[in-house]
Design a protein around this ligand. Structure first.
Ligand code: IMP
Ligand code: MG
Length: 195
């Protein structure tokens, strides 16, 4: 790749034909991430050490961009949770596939999510983390669906509200694909049909 390549129009990507429409562009994601990072810089200016806790796998892209946009010192850790709850019941059963490696006693925790839908996983996590004695626990999510708002899930830092549709990209998958898309979009119905 030549140094000038980034200034040329992007060539067609393998997924172009699968996308019905783009909901949030990569530019919008970048600008919103910078705004959120600025708020976090201010809110945690006096913190003894901010710990970002990303949830596998969806939050990986946002976590990487957010961590680089934040200017105060921070540490990263990850959890992998699998939820067996149904959206129609209030108590989701959550299994911890990978736990934190960090002792969070007295730490300021910011849970990083890709999307909050029913909020079942998050509701469980927001009960679990405080049992380990952190100083504070807050949530940042790139996007939120209407259900999460209705359920009163507390997301302190939010990128965007999205309609109640299945979205992919920027970490979010359909059958483990489309996570690497730089934007957030909706798939054509034909893609679901052939899965
Ligand atoms: P929730 O527990 O219903 O809030 O959602 C848990 C997880 O489901 C999210 O962190 C995502 O990984 C996944 N998820 C929810 N909605 C979508 C979507 O529209 N596209 C891709 N993944 C989703
Ligand atoms: Mg997730």
């Amino acid at each position: 790749m030549t140094p000038s390549a980034e200034h040329e129009p992007q060539s067609a990507a393998w997924y172009d034909d699968d996308i019905e429409r783009v909901i949030i562009t990569d530019t919008q994601i970048r600008e919103r991430t910078a705004e959120l990072a600025e708020k976090i810089d201010a809110d945690y200016a006096d913190s003894d050490g901010l710990l970002l806790v990303g949830l596998f796998k969806g939050a990986v892209m946002f976590m990487a961009d957010l961590a680089r946009a934040i200017s105060i010192p921070l540490e990263l850790d990850f959890m992998d949770l699998s939820s067996y709850g149904s959206a129609t019941t209030s108590s989701g059963v959550v299994r911890v596939l990978k736990d934190l490696e960090t002792d969070i006693t007295g730490r300021d925790i910011l849970v990083v999510e890709d999307i909050v839908d029913s909020g079942l996983t998050l509701t469980w996590l927001l009960k679990y983390l405080p049992t380990r004695g952190p100083k504070s626990v807050e949530v940042i999510s790139m996007v939120r669906k209407p259900k999460a708002m209705d359920a009163g899930i507390s997301v302190k830092y939010l990128g965007f509200d999205v309609p109640d549709e299945f979205v992919v990209g920027y970490g979010m998958d359909f059958a483990e694909r489309y996570r690497e898309l730089p934007f957030i979009g909706v798939l054509k119905p034909s893609v679901y049909g052939s899965a």
